[in-house]
Design a protein around this ligand. Structure first.
Ligand code: UTP
Length: 472
């Protein structure tokens, strides 16, 4: 069989070592997995990243500079700029040129939750799931800007069916099901440190999602990009599934992006401390790049300017706007800009010599992933815009400790307490801004402080004297 020969020629014949003992169904599953693999691409990755020991991450650190960003408004002039950007963004939204895009194909291993991460309950009182929070934010934007605002969700083989069923059971949280689309991202095989593809069972290869960077080619391959273009969408609002505080649709961000003619824009947070685990927005040879925290030398992460401010201040929080034309260009068959793969050493369940699947205690191989921010160097006129932590970022990554359900819930409460105070409502908080009662404000009521203040001005709120405060 042709495919077996091709694998043998590449020194990967072990993939078919149990061929003769497989049933017809198992054979066909194995072949269809094998056909997903681009052997030339894989060989090149193995030669460079695995056997060559090299890395695509070799960076010319001497040439690295901080990338300038649009700071939050502080005075009348900058406030006027932000207001103008917001108005421009609102017009673009009303014209129906924006789609929401959630990448939800990850494995969520650190959270250790059994199910797609988007089905994890996150809000302080009602325990709404991540997907419901985004659905309500999108619903609110549709209402406010009277636009269709389609929502695309990227899944992976691991969670596709479970994700779609969850939406069906939840009746799409009130959204018209025709405006919500799901598509799967691509997969890559895992290889051992010897460069050999790992089998998970006798009839299946250890395959895993190809990283959030795989979202761009999945948008194209799935037909989602065609659909967006046909529907007049020009800007994709990209966010990750694990961040309930994200402004899924942010008119000011859209306005700045459009004003600069940017093909890909990003939000940044000033790092809270030198070694905070955020990628750094940097300029390298005139291009915008994100350098991962683990790759930045200490000398650079801690370097300060004359005022004592961190020079490499801008941390990446994985919130982007990407133009559809840019995705088209990046993913064109003859495109010169393929995203690089990164390698990660992982514990990969594999077939033992006795024929069982075993989970190793130590990393036993390598997975390959693409990162979405690797497309930034190809972007024209990219902008980086500052945001606030409570206004945009509190991810649920780990089961406990930093970036966990507990920290995210506390951040949501702090944010809602801020809104109540800003609207002149009474709420007691400690010095860290933590309220003494549980608060939850539904995105269907307000998605920003400004909107909350406006709503409170025009409609009376029934806030109980004690106990939980839930506003919907
Ligand atoms: P993370 O890098 O935090 O990975 O993904 P993860 O899979 O959610 O969690 P761990 O590392 O296994 O604990 C950041 C975002 O990118 C998406 C995730 O779903 C999350 O929204 N992602 C990641 C994908 O969509 N596909 C991937 O292949 C990887």
């Amino acid at each position: 069989m042709d495919i077996i020969e091709r694998f043998e020629e590449q020194g990967q014949g072990q993939v078919f070592q149990h061929w003769d003992s497989l049933s017809e169904e198992e054979k066909s599953n194995l072949v269809s997995q094998a056909e997903e693999i681009d052997l030339d691409e894989l060989k090149q990755l193995i030669d460079t990243l695995v056997l060559g020991g090299g890395s695509h991450d070799d960076i010319d650190f001497d040439s690295l500079k901080p990338f300038p960003f649009e700071p939050l408004p502080t005075d009348a002039a900058s406030k006027a700029r932000w207001d103008a950007a917001r108005e421009r963004g609102e017009t673009i939204l009303r014209q129906g040129k924006v789609a929401a895009f959630t990448v939800a194909g990850g494995q969520g291993t650190r959270l250790g939750y059994n199910g797609p991460k988007g089905t994890f309950p996150v809000t302080p009182i009602n325990k709404k799931t991540l997907f419901q929070v985004f659905a309500e934010k999108i619903q609110a934007a549709r209402k406010q800007y009277e636009c269709r605002l389609p929502w695309y969700i990227m899944t992976s083989d691991i969670n596709h069916e479970a994700t779609v069923s969850f939406f069906e059971e939840s009746e799409f949280f009130g959204l018209d099901s025709e405006t919500v689309s799901f598509f799967r991202q691509g997969r890559m095989p895992a290889v051992g440190f010897d460069g050999k593809i790992i089998l998970e069972t006798k009839s299946s290869i250890a395959m895993s999602p190809d990283g959030h960077g795989g979202s761009l080619r999945a948008l194209e391959r799935s037909g989602a990009l065609d659909e967006m273009e046909k529907g007049g969408v020009e800007i994709i609002s990209y966010f990750q599934v694990d961040n309930p505080l994200v402004q899924a649709i942010d008119p000011a961000f859209i306005g700045f992006h459009a004003e600069s003619g940017s093909s890909m824009s990003s939000k940044m947070l000033p790092k809270a401390y030198e070694k905070e685990k955020l990628g750094h927005f940097c300029e390298l040879h005139g291009k915008l790049v994100v350098v991962e925290y683990s790759d930045m030398p200490d000398e650079l992460t801690s370097r300060r300017d004359a005022d004592g401010k961190l020079e490499f201040l801008a941390g990446s929080i994985a919130i982007h706007l990407v133009s559809t034309a840019f995705v088209r260009k990046l993913t064109a068959r003859d495109s010169a800009f393929g995203l690089p793969f990164h390698k990660a050493e992982k514990k990969i369940p594999h077939l033992s010599t006795s024929g069982e699947t075993v989970k190793p205690d130590e990393p036993n191989g390598i997975k390959f992933e693409m990162f979405v921010f690797d497309s930034l160097p190809f972007a024209e006129n990219p902008i980086v815009m500052e945001t606030t932590r409570l206004g945009d970022f509190s991810p649920v990554k780990n089961a406990e400790g930093v970036d966990s359900p507990a920290t995210s819930e506390a951040d949501q409460q702090r944010l809602f307490a801020q809104w109540l105070k800003a609207a002149g409502l009474e709420i007691t908080t400690d010095t860290g801004g933590n309220p003494d009662r549980r608060i939850e404000i539904s995105p269907l009521f307000a998605v920003s402080e400004g909107q909350f203040i406006e709503k409170v001005r025009t409609q009376s709120l029934d806030i109980p004297d004690s106990g939980d405060i839930f506003i919907e």
